[in-house]
Design a binder for this molecule. Structure first.
Ligand code: RTP
Ligand code: MG
Length: 167
């Protein structure tokens, strides 16, 4: 967690707001199905600020590190095989309560159980094809951001719309 004065000097009378950063990934089917842009647009429209983004094919090592908490579970091998099967888009998004904001936009892990209107409910049919990943806690977010991005790839900038997103 870190603190950011919104709008810079022009808004110095605004209170300092705690902002979170979360790691988000459009999984391989997002690019194969041509819906990656739509999903990114939803996250942007919500008000989340993009601080890093890249397209990559995940290596086996990176996949095992990213999904390390699931090592030994019956779905682990398939998960690693799938997530390394094609390009993904990795992002860091910033905002107030960004971790839980993204998780609630994503919906449950199983797209058939996800609340209607959530990203997974809208774009998925199967547990192993749930289109998007988002960090499940601030601790995971820090770890996942570090796995995918160098510090210098996280871009610090001010958006003039900030006072129209946060009170
Ligand atoms: P993610 O990490 O991908 O954002 O998903 P999540 O937090 O909602 O779910 P998690 O428990 O972390 O599981 C990671 C991914 O593994 C697949 N999975 N399959 N067959 C199963 O029981 C099972 N459980 C999980 C899903 O693709 C899930 O996104
Ligand atoms: Mg998870």
């Amino acid at each position: 967690m870190f603190f950011n004065l919104i709008g810079g000097d022009d808004y110095r009378n605004f209170p300092v707001k705690p902002m979170e950063r979360t790691f988000v990934m459009i999984k391989p089917e997002g690019l194969q199905r041509g819906v990656a842009g739509e999903i990114i647009a939803r996250l942007e429209k919500k008000g989340l600020k993009m601080v890093a983004m890249k397209m990559l094919v995940i290596s086996g090592d990176l996949a095992k590190r990213h999904y390390g908490e699931h090592i030994g579970k019956p779905f682990f091998e398939n998960l690693v095989k799938y997530i390394t099967s094609g390009p993904v888009i990795a992002m860091v998004l910033e905002g107030k309560n960004a971790v839980s904001a993204v998780r609630s936009m994503m919906g449950s892990t199983d797209p058939l159980k996800a609340e209607p209107g959530t990203i997974r409910a809208t774009y998925g049919m199967d547990m192993g094809r749930n289109i998007i990943h988002g960090s499940d806690s601030l601790t995971s977010a820090d770890r996942e951001i570090g796995n995918f991005f160098k510090t210098e790839e996280l871009i610090e900038y001010t958006r003039s719309i900030e006072p129209w997103v946060y009170e």
